[in-house]
Design a protein around this ligand. Sequence first.
Ligand SMILES: Cc1cc2nc3c(=O)[nH]c(=O)nc-3n(C[C@H](O)[C@H](O)[C@H](O)COP(=O)(O)O)c2cc1C
Length: 170
Amino acid sequence: MDFLTLVKNRYSCRDYQPVGVEQEKMQYLLESVRFAPSAVNRQPWRFRIVASAQDKAKLQQCYNREWFKTAPLYIMASVLHDEEWVRADGKRHGDIDVAIAVEHLCLAATAQGLATCWVCNFDVALCRQLFGLPANEEPTVLIPLGYAADEPKQKVRKPVGEIVGPSDGQ
Ligand SMILES: Cc1cc2nc3c(=O)[nH]c(=O)nc-3n(C[C@H](O)[C@H](O)[C@H](O)COP(=O)(O)O)c2cc1C
């Protein structure tokens, strides 16, 4: 699959088949995450694989949607705030770094015939509490992962002319 086809094939899957993900595919995904770039190469992230029934139930409380419960497993991606690069003007870069790594994961999953969905609209405080996360670790994105049971919808995207430029001060 060429890169643009891969990018266009990734979509937000909101229904999963009740089957697990092969260990080799998990390794492929984690390797794709590991090689993501990050500011000053800090790699300020942690990826927790949430696969036990007990932990899945906890995460489902943090994002209480019926479709979310269909996923066979989740990946909780967190920023490690004590490791992220902070620019001289104070801008923290951990969120950017995690976002890049998460999209690597989503594209790698697509390449492996798997499906994902970015989820940020979850209860972070509850997540911290239920998983007993340390203060430096902020859960940022939840990714349900598995084989799709739904079909991609038509992509709605702004035209190139709307997102490029203006340049030269115009
Ligand atoms: C940063 C971010 C946060 C998102 N959070 C959620 C979410 O909490 N729940 C959800 O159902 N989809 C979420 N999405 C998925 C978007 O709705 C989706 O990517 C967008 O509508 C484009 O559709 P596509 O992914 O199928 O191309 C999120 C996507 C991104 C990039």
